[in-house]
Design a binder for this molecule. Structure first.
Ligand code: C2E
Ligand code: MG
Ligand code: MG
Length: 652
């Protein structure tokens, strides 16, 4: 059989692959474009690999036909094409090893000397080929113009084998740095190439090696080089999955780098003004600008409003400067065709591995809501990243606790100055996480409000309290009602009144056995239906307490107009009044004014006798604080109230 046909096929196949690869250039991360950068660029090395197959098969085919018509006239060209064959064939295993190392990140962060050592054997081998016209060590052509292998041909093959082994070593060593499917593809490609080499070695006239290799590389091109899913369809930048693959690769090869996140904070606002196409145009524009200031291979459209940039080989200070430079661009208006948008952005810098060393955590930090600007600024560095990481952990803990109904409700007594007894209590939620331990409500309630879980928590506490009231005859131990905190975010939801009513009726609880505490933590503009909803519930028999008075948006006019029964003065006002005379005067006046409106004043945070007499002297009539009792579990609470109130009865 005339096996030159295999080499012709190898040429056609590799030629096709090169054209396809060049036209459909995939979004890929690659380090800077100096010589090391080029050797470390997956796409560049892959094209190099294909070029070596194409040119060595071309040289082999031409050499074959020249030898068919050999004569004194052709001998020069016979030499020339055999040398060309060996030059490119020798380069094949090296580019194969480099390609493998590129895919799994083994070339990242390497110094020049590494590449010098790596390529030294290859250089020697090429030197041998190029000096062949004088030495005839690799091959020679005899007097009848017939080609023969030279004495050093074995050395050439051993060099090739060494590079294949280097490739295999790195594919196994850095296995975790690439997706499973990529690993399988490479293994299969290696096996196919090795079968070709073995066949050609076993049957001297069977020139199938290059053909098998071309097939292996075609498979690599279709499976490894085809990163269609890694191109963001909107902007053309790297997609979220490209980002994840690249970060995994960098992490698995122990690289230090930074990820800069850019969050277009007000994109949602423009989404409600512009069409989807217009928003795409804005995003494309942002990517276009980013790609003009930084190599596009590093830029990823991570999520709707989030871009991420991998910054490699820069000092911490340079990264921060770059982040500030990016931020500064968002002080200007963005113009795309006839669209004008004033985009606001927040920029975060995550240092890897110092701030985070897990791809899922980095992704979570990047997609964290605007809360990442803990410091109220538009740039978020290490300290803020740590706060976000804690938020992420707490969010996980809240979701788990809500799902598994692991939240607990504790009760804190409220003491009446008029009767000297415990007359009410506040129900307070408690979150105990198996890993993080007790998480303070002051920390997790605001987060639950932000992530939309407050309604579930609020409903749980409300239902637990109704169940508590129905299981225990609270009036017999002297309790009039239990206060339940209702977040404004929960209270303004559609259908909330029906829901609270349904639960209350299920447990057979009267509305006057409950009192709803509302903190006016948002302005009335943000909760326009708050008052009408309170009125509706007032008419059903519910009463309300205004919580944390003095810390939020509440003002006196609002107090006069609304239907509160109790006003709870913020504990920090009491505590500050001890240090500041003005605050002390303010506290006195507040208590007097609220009492004069006919409302009860509950002072929270009373921890000692001095504080107690201080607020009682000002006219405060209800007290809640550690002085009497901390929030405690149900049984402990019932025992405390029974003992406390019966002692009081005995004193009478
Ligand atoms: P809040 O509603 O103002 O509750 C009073 C907080 O002050 C409670 O903290 C209570 O333990 C604490 N406290 C009371 N007396 C003293 C005292 O003498 N000294 C000190 N150091 N602290 C005292 P907690 O339980 O950590 O709750 C914090 C906040 O979390 C609550 O403030 C409330 O805004 C929110 N929260 C708690 N449970 C719920 C709930 O079920 N739903 C909603 N929406 N919010 C809740
Ligand atoms: Mg409260
Ligand atoms: Mg309070």
């Amino acid at each position: 059989m005339n096996t030159v046909v295999f080499e012709i096929c190898a040429f056609i196949l590799s030629f096709f692959c090169i054209i396809y690869s060049v036209i459909v250039k995939r979004a890929q991360y690659s380090p800077p474009r100096d010589i090391i950068g080029k050797l470390s660029s997956q796409h560049f090395v892959f094209l190099n690999l294909l070029t070596n197959v194409m040119l060595s098969s071309l040289a082999s085919v031409v050499g074959y036909f020249l030898e068919l018509n050999r004569s004194a006239d052709t001998v020069f060209f016979q030499h020339l094409f055999h040398i060309m064959y060996y030059v490119f064939h020798t380069a094949l295993p090296v580019s194969f090893a480099l390609y493998i190392m590129n895919i799994n990140g083994a070339t990242l962060g390497r110094k020049k000397s590494f590449f010098v050592y790596l390529l030294s054997l290859f250089m020697l081998s090429e030197l041998l080929v190029l000096s062949n016209p004088f030495t005839h060590l690799v091959f020679y052509i005899d007097e009848s113009y017939v080609y023969h292998r030279g004495p050093m041909i074995l050395f050439q093959y051993l060099c090739g084998l060494a590079y294949v082994l280097v490739g295999i070593y790195f594919i196994i060593k850095n296995k975790a740095a690439i997706p499973k499917n990529d690993f399988l593809t490479i293994c299969i490609a290696i096996i196919v190439a090795l079968v070709g080499i073995a066949l050609q070695a076993a049957f001297a006239n069977l020139y199938v090696e290059l053909f098998f290799e071309a097939i292996a590389f075609l498979a690599m091109m279709l499976l490894l080089e085809d990163r269609t899913g890694e191109v963001d369809p909107i902007t053309g930048s790297g997609s979220r999955s490209a980002f994840i693959r690249n970060v995994t690769k960098l992490l698995e090869t122990d690289q230090s780098f930074s990820v800069i996140g850019i969050k277009l904070i007000n994109l949602e606002f423009y989404s409600s003004l512009f069409s989807g196409q217009d928003i795409d145009l804005i995003l494309k524009n942002v990517y276009g600008w980013l790609a003009s200031v930084y190599p596009s291979d590093y830029i990823f459209h991570f999520r709707n409003e989030d871009f991420a940039i991998i910054v490699y080989n820069r000092s911490e200070r340079e990264v921060e400067e770059f982040a500030n430079e990016l931020l500064a661009k968002f002080n200007y208006t963005w113009q795309s065709e006839d669209l004008t948008a004033r985009l606001e952005a927040g920029v975060s810098v995550i240092r890897v591995p110092e701030d985070s060393d897990s791809v899922s955590e980095i992704s979570q930090i990047l997609s964290a809501p605007d809360s990442w600007f803990h410091n109220g600024q538009r740039i978020c560095l290490s300290d803020d990243i740590n706060l976000i990481k804690r938020d992420i952990l707490i969010e996980k803990a809240i979701r788990l606790a809500v799902n598994e109904r692991r939240l607990k409700v504790w009760y804190q007594p409220i003491w009446s100055a008029e009767t000297g007894k415990i007359v009410a209590a506040e129900a307070l939620v408690r979150l105990f996480d198996p890993v993080m331990g007790h998480i303070s409500s002051e920390e997790f309630i605001p987060l639950a409000e932000k992530i939309g879980l407050i309604s579930d928590i609020g409903t749980f506490v409300y239902e637990e309290t109704c169940s508590f009231i129905s299981r225990n005859n609270i009036e017999t131990i002297g309790l009039d009602y239990i206060e339940v905190n209702i977040s404004v975010y929960q209270f303004v939801e559609d259908g909330i009144v029906d829901k609270l009513e349904r639960i209350r009726k299920t447990y057979g609880v009267r509305p006057d056995q409950l009192n709803l505490e509302i903190t006016e933590s948002v302005s009335s503009d943000e909760a326009p239906n708050l008052n009408s909803r309170m009125q509706e519930m007032n008419s059903l028999g519910y009463s309300f307490s205004l919580d944390d008075y003095g810390s939020g948006y509440s003002n006196l006019i609002r107090l006069i107009n609304s239907k509160y029964k109790n006003v709870k003065i913020d504990k920090y006002i009491l505590w500050n009044s001890e240090k500041n005379k003005d605050t002390s005067r303010l506290l006195d006046s507040l208590i007097k004014i609220i009492r004069s409106l006919g409302l009860n004043v509950i002072q929270e945070g009373v921890e000692n006798e001095a504080q107690l007499s201080r607020v009682l002297n000002s006219g405060c009539n209800l007290i809640q604080g550690y002085y009497f009792c901390k929030p405690v579990p149900e049984d402990e609470f019932l025992n405390f109230v029974k003992t406390f109130n019966s002692k009081k009865d005995r004193k009478k």
